[in-house]
Design a protein around this ligand. Sequence first.
Ligand code: UTP
Length: 287
Amino acid sequence: MIKKAVLPVAGLGTRFLPATKASPKEMLPILDKPLIQYAVEEAERVGIKDFIFITGKHKRAIEDHFDKAVELEERLIKAGKLDLLKKINSFEHLNFAYIRQKEPKGLGDAILCAKSFIADEAFAVLLSDDVIDPNFSVLEKMMSLYEDKKAPIIALEEVPPEEVSRYGIVAGKKISDDCYLIEDMIEKPDKSKAPSNLAIIGRYLLTPSIFRYLEGLTPGKGGEIQLTDALRELLKETPVYGYKIKCRRYDAGEKFGYLKTIIYFALSDPEISHDFRKFLKEQLSCI
Ligand code: UTP
């Protein structure tokens, strides 16, 4: 069983400036919950209770979000708003630890910061700006694959060829309907150099062996310590598998993706979907 999740949240979020100048990208709301809460809930659904956040400057709001809010709770109790009280208290049974990444030197460096808290067990990594439809159990599928293979598992998604330069892209051998044995990977390749259109997305099940490879890395693409580079070295020595997701995934870390995420969630929300659909139809008919 994988019991711990690492949530890197120390990035600068430059694609979302100026909104992310002083507040964390991971706190951008999708309806009434911030991105990071969706990731925590997703991990919780597969039994993960221990969360290690890799944080940085201007990220205090994330700690506050998962902390108790005594004054607010008292006010909600006084006002009889117990449904809201339940909503803000939904993390009480979970454990949160926070580690500062000294500088945002890349995802690989962020994950390396968790090394001494992970010790000798496999762990999950979730990037909260990759939002996965909560109706699909991507992590559950990855966990069963991990149980079977006892090897690192990476979530993959087929992307349009013109988008490959935005992702880590893998070359792999298909071994079943949704599982690939990964043979190589390259971070943000030019379209002409991409070995496939299978993109790495922000869900990983990793073994502690990754730390050895992260430690030896020099900065790669974009001057950052890239997780993809460490995985590339790892897979030369041990099998690494890819799980191809079969559901919607939104990149809420950039404007258009964020908008799509909100629209999808609003259309699926029982409380507002009816009115929202009506509103959208009216708006579209005016164009
Ligand atoms: P992104 O690649 O989306 O980078 O990081 P970013 O800095 O957040 O955003 P842009 O590209 O500048 O717009 C994916 C995840 O990894 C974390 C981010 O916080 C995000 O959750 N991250 C990234 C770190 O924790 N540390 C880093 O050095 C880089």
